[in-house]
Design a protein. Structure first.
Length: 305
């Protein structure tokens, strides 16, 4: 019954359906499966083939045959910092390095061919963040061939010292108490969220926040609060848990990976994507706290060609 339910989904093809769709013999298709050359997944002992992934696989192959391809991007994931992503890059043996500089910096490097993937979590002043990541990619002409892959939804909030000694609750209370707010570099997703939260609270015009320092990553921000160099700052629940800090929840956000279609089936990204579909990935997300990985690996959008 479980397989029948999955088989009825129009976006998943059975072996014979995939062979017909690709105009291959089943024997040839099984050979591609054995070589891990074609996108597929195994459910209750049977191979299933996501139709959208097959389309991208064909398009990438046609592009390689018909056009001179640019030099491969370095095996680096640029963009935003995240503890679960760091773990996944190591555990998957993807051989992908991590260069956490902020969401906008990561997108810029991806557009220039300096990284293979970008990790992003973008925010808008109007509060409609659900599509902020895909729309930013679609709006960049240099990323016309990019695919946005869901990594996780993350719980973001204010990190404060244990016991919340200043009694903070939101951005208005930070401004009212004069709390020292550790910030993130310009273009970082957490800094974009800070700007958006100020705007939504009506504090964008003229509010004076007491900024103590700028921290490269969420972990650096947490350490600044632990050492007493700052009173608060915006980061994820997973960082608060790791640092032993109190967490005041503010929003859930989309944390996505962006990759060019031609690089989607490279070995490194594929190892990472495979781990994102595993039970080990789900367990690690639960252990770190503050993640929803139910949609991990799903294609959120494909930029216009």
């Amino acid at each position: 019954m479980q397989f029948d339910a999955v088989r009825s989904m129009p976006d998943l093809l059975t072996t014979d359906e995939a062979a017909d769709y690709l105009r291959l013999s089943e024997r040839k298709l099984y050979a591609l499966v054995a070589d891990r050359s074609v996108p597929c997944t195994k459910v209750t002992g049977r191979w299933l083939f996501p139709k959208a992934a097959l389309d991208r696989w064909i398009a990438a192959d046609l592009a390689m045959q018909g056009h001179a391809m640019p030099a491969a991007a370095p095996p680096i994931v640029g963009g935003s910092h995240d503890p679960l992503l760091e773990w996944a890059l190591r555990e998957s043996r993807s051989c992908l390095a991590n260069l956490p500089e902020g969401s906008e910096a990561g997108l810029g490097r991806l557009a220039r061919g300096e990284v293979a993937l970008a990790a992003i979590h973008l925010h808008r002043l109007d509060g409609d963040d659900a599509t902020a990541n895909p729309e930013a990619v679609d709006a960049n002409p240099a990323l016309h061939d990019a695919v946005v892959i869901a990594f996780a939804r993350r719980h973001q909030g204010l990190l404060v010292a244990p016991g919340n000694p200043l009694g903070l609750s939101d951005m208005a209370s930070v401004a009212a108490t004069g709390a020292r707010l550790a910030q993130r570099p310009a273009g970082a997703g957490a800094q974009l969220l800070l700007i958006a939260l100020l705007a939504r609270a009506g504090l964008a015009a003229g509010v004076q926040l007491k900024a103590s320092l700028v921290c490269p990553t969420g972990s650096d921000l947490g350490q600044a609060i632990r050492s007493g160099r700052a009173d608060c700052g915006i980061a994820s629940l997973s960082v608060a848990e790791a640092m032993g800090l109190a967490f005041l929840p503010l929003v859930w956000e989309h944390f996505d990976l962006v990759i060019r279609q031609r690089d989607y089936f490279m070995p490194g990204p594929q190892r990472l994507f495979a781990l994102m579909r595993s039970s080990a990935f789900r367990r690690q997300a639960e252990d770190l706290k503050g993640y929803d990985v139910g949609g991990a690996g799903e294609v959120r959008t494909i930029g216009p060609n």
